[in-house]
Design a protein around this ligand. Sequence first.
Ligand SMILES: [Zn+2]
Length: 414
Amino acid sequence: MPKILLAQAAETLTRRLDQLARVSDERGETTRTFMSPAMGRANALVGRWMRAAGLRVHEDRVGNVIGRLGGAGPRAKTFLLGSHLDTVRDAGRFDGALGVLLPIAALEVVRDLGIGLPFNVEIVGFSEEEGVRFSSAYLGSKGYAGRLTRSDLGLRDPSGVSVGEALARHNGRRLPPPRAAHSPDELIGYLEVHIEQGPVLESRGLPSGVVSAISGQTRARVVFEGSAGHAGTTPMALRRDALACAAEFILAVEAIAKSRPPLVATVGWIRALPGATNVIAGTAELSLDVRHPLDARRRSAVADLRSIAQKIARGRGARFSVKAAQDNPAVTCSSDLTALLARSVRACQGRSLALPSGAGHDAVIMSSLTPVAMLFVRCRKGLSHHPDEFVHPRDLEAALGIVVDFLTRMAYRL
Ligand SMILES: [Zn+2]
């Protein structure tokens, strides 16, 4: 692959990422939420870049911008690439946008190399993934994959507007939940390029890595109930201190996760009641977040933590209860697409690392429609959801080279 071509395409990609970051609902920062004015401007801008790359562009009923490179023949299937164009508040330049703009640049390189792809390509900029406006994520990919439900349409934003009303405004009339953009037998698969949002690639000195699975997640609310008492007059032996139970439990959560990689488990929130300096805590409530790429391992960790909590409570004369708030299964990436992607990664950077994704992505929803693969790109200090989010231009060029190589391999394989 001519180096100069790739370097020029990477420069264009950097420029476009900068330009898109300036498309915002708030002055001086990058904020784009579902169906906001800035999302409309972002779709128009990305649509222009898609057209320049030779794609036919349209916006669907949920505000996804879709660019299609057709013409591979009447029986040719379609390969999908994409990510989301919405952002968190005061976001960085790369989360989401990279997975839309990098494939556009890759198709421009493929075109300039004179490679004809024997399949159609669709690049999708999803309208919603971050869950900022409606506190519910994946509205864009759910719409594309035909997974948007009536209860999704009934969700309301803080000003009382529902998803259905926002869509009616967008489409000029009320419509039922859209059907999937494709039937599964029209599709080859879906590739999402995304910043890692974690420190693993940086610690291994690798520009890119291949995602093996998107971890499943359990979220629960744990409560210890002892009895409140006077901090001065209750002897230590007669106490039933709920906060001491919680302290022991938090350390157990950390120890279990450390002993079972790649399990991660976190207590990120705690409340002690009545919550006074001179009162023994009668109640302690805490959050629990447990993630693992294998569902069976995650569930057994949760079960073990539950019995540890029971033991801690019993030992201190307290009661324990747990309420699961969320139980999302893991998504395994396609072994076939992932193996091919790993070959491209090895060809471009010498070594390929498989790593699980601890965070959710559009690929979670897309996996209900077609096999999925994900390429992670190193970001500085693993930082994301922050204006200082940074990917080195050299790493952008490397990731671009990997996707061009991957599309070329797919072209010769079919
Ligand atoms: Zn993202």
